[in-house]
Design a protein around this ligand. Structure first.
Ligand code: SF4
Length: 496
């Protein structure tokens, strides 16, 4: 337990997020409690020009040795650790940055650890780089800015800059003013994975009743198409859940409805998450191909059977290979594979084995996630049952996946972070030239309106000139979605 004791709450969230990055899974108290490990005290003076930030230990601590490569910026911050931070409350961004830098230095002193992303706790580090590129900064200037402002490591700066440059190039082809993307959510999966926090229900619970969902979804799609008349549809993404949990004839029906409802003549990509190999059949793949699906995902997450069994995937490594081969035979030339680093009980050699197998298959893109344990996931809700599992994501593992991606001729093209990630790392999409997924960039960079249909989906309307986004969220529960569809359609109709 860590106490956060502040006389002004303006920067409480920033302080808490940085503490969470150093101490994942830790609990916090906003008043003194017995048994806490230490307190972070932050007092702004009455003139609001100085912020006095201290860490007070309540238990014995052995301060560890510091990393050799701290960097001048952090060393200089450490030297001032006993003095209050000079702040300008009227400038929130600058004040936040100063407070976080000081707290970061204090936490490095205490833990002996540097964080790869430094003080950056937001989920879109590439957005910062993009903004700076648009302001006309050179790559070198951006690197210096990120090092100085966030203490980000050289490797992560290079990754963020490379990704942003690539993204910028890919987004050039889009019409921001008049274009939009469409997301369609299918909230069913064969079974629920241990770490799942998405809107997903075992399809067996809906046996014989999926038609009710599809009718409601079609109703919503028609309304969205009506609202977006005159706009250009750039990309379509079927996600979930696992869309291929549906029967082949249902997929056929849904894709036919998509074609008859929307003008697809200008779309640059049509992705369907085929996700779980235990949901894929040749018949379904051929339906997808028939309807012009350009990109699919076959997601193993790991190529280690023991881990697959442990995380509740109920499919084999061989099934992944068979599905992949089948998809190639059906003519898919853009296949993505999702992987997770930091899965329970996996060591470096397991990640190595996964990457070797993936290289042998030769997908067109891979998306490497770091395990994030969200509140809703079984791994979290049933903590007691799973408490003995060893969950370690390491920089070495991440670096290995990056090396394999480069070996396979892929470049990073999108990147995002999540709260509660194992090791406070990032998720990175790598793709071969011409195989990147525009939708993945758009959802992260928030550069375009995304109209979303289906349970648990979120529509985001972008007001470019005003730099503002408005959202409309659909309910997650499928029964509720069906019974309240008119209400959701109406809300979205007003927004769009
Ligand atoms: S396949 Fe994805 S959406 Fe389905 S249960 Fe697993 S993590 Fe959740």
């Amino acid at each position: 337990m860590i106490e956060i004791l502040l006389n002004d709450k303006a920067y409480e969230q920033d302080i808490r997020e940085l503490l969470m990055a150093f101490y994942p899974g830790e609990t916090f108290s906003y008043e003194p409690v017995s048994g806490s490990d230490f307190s972070v005290e932050g007092m702004v003076d009455s003139a609001r020009t100085h912020f006095n930030l201290k860490i007070i230990s309540h238990k014995r601590v052995d301060f560890p040795a510091l990393p050799a490569d701290l960097g001048e910026e952090i060393e200089s911050e450490m030297e001032q650790a006993d003095e209050p931070v000079e702040v300008h409350y009227e400038n929130r961004t600058e004040t936040k940055s100063r407070i976080k830098k000081r707290l970061y230095a204090l936490l490095v002193l205490r833990t002996g650890r540097l964080l790869p992303w430094g003080t950056l706790t937001g989920i879109r580090p590439v957005k910062i780089v993009m903004t700076k590129l648009e302001e006309g900064m050179t790559e070198e200037e951006i690197a210096a800015y990120m090092k100085e402002t966030y203490y980000t490591s050289r490797a992560k700066i290079a990754l963020a800059v490379k990704t942003a440059v690539h993204e910028k190039e890919l987004l050039k082809q889009l019409d921001y003013e008049n274009g939009y993307s469409l997301y369609i959510g299918i909230p069913f999966c064969p079974t629920t994975c241990l770490y799942c926090s998405f809107t997903s229900f075992p399809i067996s619970q809906w046996k014989g009743r999926t038609g009710l969902y599809l009718e409601a979804l079609y109703h919503e799609m028609r309304s969205v198409a009506q609202s977006m008349k005159g706009k250009n549809l750039d990309s379509v993404y079927f996600g979930g859940g696992t869309p291929t949990s549906l029967e082949a004839r249902e997929l056929d029906w849904l894709l036919e409805k998509l074609e008859s409802t929307f003008d697809l003549s200008g779309i640059k990509e049509l992705t369907v998450e085929a996700g779980r190999p235990d949901s894929i059949t040749r018949e379904k793949l051929s339906v997808l191909k028939k309807h012009g699906v350009t990109r699919i995902s076959v997601n193993p997450q790991t190529m280690n059977q023991g881990t697959l069994d442990l995380i509740g995937r109920r499919h084999t490594v061989d099934m992944v290979k068979e599905c992949f081969a089948m998809a190639r035979e059906e003519g898919f030339d853009n296949i993505n594979m999702d992987l997770i680093v930091g899965l329970p009980e996996e060591r470096l050699e397991d990640v190595h084995n996964t990457m070797e197998e993936i290289r042998r298959l030769g997908p067109d893109s891979v998306t490497v996630h770091s395990l994030a344990i969200k509140r809703a996931a079984r791994l979290n809700t049933m903590k007691e049952v799973y408490k003995d599992l060893r969950i370690t994501g390491t920089q070495e593992m991440i670096d290995m996946t990056a090396r394999y991606a480069a070996d396979m001729g892929m470049e990073p093209y999108y990147l995002y972070r999540q709260k509660n990630m194992a090791g406070n790392f990032e998720n990175v999409g790598y793709a071969k030239p011409g195989k990147a997924c525009l939708y993945n960039i758009l959802i992260m960079e928030e550069q375009q309106t995304i109209a979303a249909c289906g349970a648990g989906s979120t529509t985001k309307v972008l007001y470019r000139g005003e730099n503002r986004i408005e959202r409309a969220e659909n309910v997650k529960d499928v029964e509720q979605y069906i019974s309240r569809i008119d209400e959701m359609i109406e809300r979205k109709r007003k927004l769009l």
